[in-house]
Design a protein around this ligand. Sequence first.
Ligand code: SAM
Length: 354
Amino acid sequence: MRIPDHAVINETVAATRALKKPWARGLVNAVLRKIAADDNAPERSVELPEWLQAAIEVTFPEQADALTAATTERAPMSLRVNVRRTTPEAYRSRLTGAGIAFETGYLPEHLVLDRPVPARDLPGHAQGLVSIQDAGAQLLTRLLPEGLDPRARILDACAAPGGKLFQLAERLPDAELVGVERSPERLTTLRQEAERLGHGAVQLVQGDATGRDWPGSEQSFDLILLDAPCSGTGTLRRHPDIKILRRPEDLDSYHALQLSLLTNLWPLVKPGGTLIYCTCSLLTRENDEVIDAFLETPHAEGQPPAPAGNLDLPTGVPTRHGWQLLPLPAGTDPPNLSVDGFYFARMTRREKAR
Ligand SMILES: C[S@@+](CC[C@H](N)C(=O)[O-])C[C@H]1O[C@@H](n2cnc3c(N)ncnc32)[C@H](O)[C@@H]1O
């Protein structure tokens, strides 16, 4: 929504040719011009639907007003320097040389731009020196279990477009990484990202992580990341269309899918290993309630999960089973900690039956 109206209109009209729908050219042009000329047309200030407003108020009574206000703001643009290809210092000099102002983040490789720029204008983007990744997503590295073997076997079960998987590849260069993705189109994007960033050693496979019919599932993992499909309600600053498109009944479908993924993947965690469940949702139905339902499920081999009670991140709030990052209005947090609304829960597989 930062692209000028005339560019949006031209590009969208041009897309009718690419889509082989030349008859739609005049219609698309007329509709978009009318919207652009209408001062009352909805923009990012679209109100939250009642059901979502109510769910946020119930879950975060203290922060609900701030969370609602933040949904109309523009999210900051946050970068992750690819430490396998350059150093944070060298990349900061490249940005300064290109006249792009930034602040340093809470991790050495994390930078926050003063103003967003197109990816193609980032120095070395095509050469894989840097990725665009939200500050909250980057906090995943704070959740890695202490004493994780640098050569650990790690699965990202819902991997595309690869932000967290390639962050792990950069942090843990000797780890054996497997990324599973159900959508063939998104797998293609994932492969392109692996090539851009130089992460050819990461094994990328197409598969449905609610089942075991994918290469790699015959062995267990020291760490599994389940970054589950969700309502995206923690990312309303970036995706205001969610306010219009999401329906309350979607939450039950997501809950069922999240629980099915979690239950299927759990037996693939080595005894003593860890599973990190995360979503970009603010809603307890997709977060703590999924963990509640999972803890009630009988588990194979008498090795039930032990949720970590001691998650501690530089921003956000603890929940019953995990930690919730909150997207608050600018100025509430230091800019380098302005985050999308992520939920993280970490569970360890016990070595022996209780
Ligand atoms: C929240 S996104 C993952 C984001 C990614 N981890 C990152 O950090 O860039 C969820 C992904 O899971 C994929 N997905 C959905 N259902 C799946 C399933 N049953 N098995 C594997 N992948 C699935 C979606 O296509 C989507 O790419």
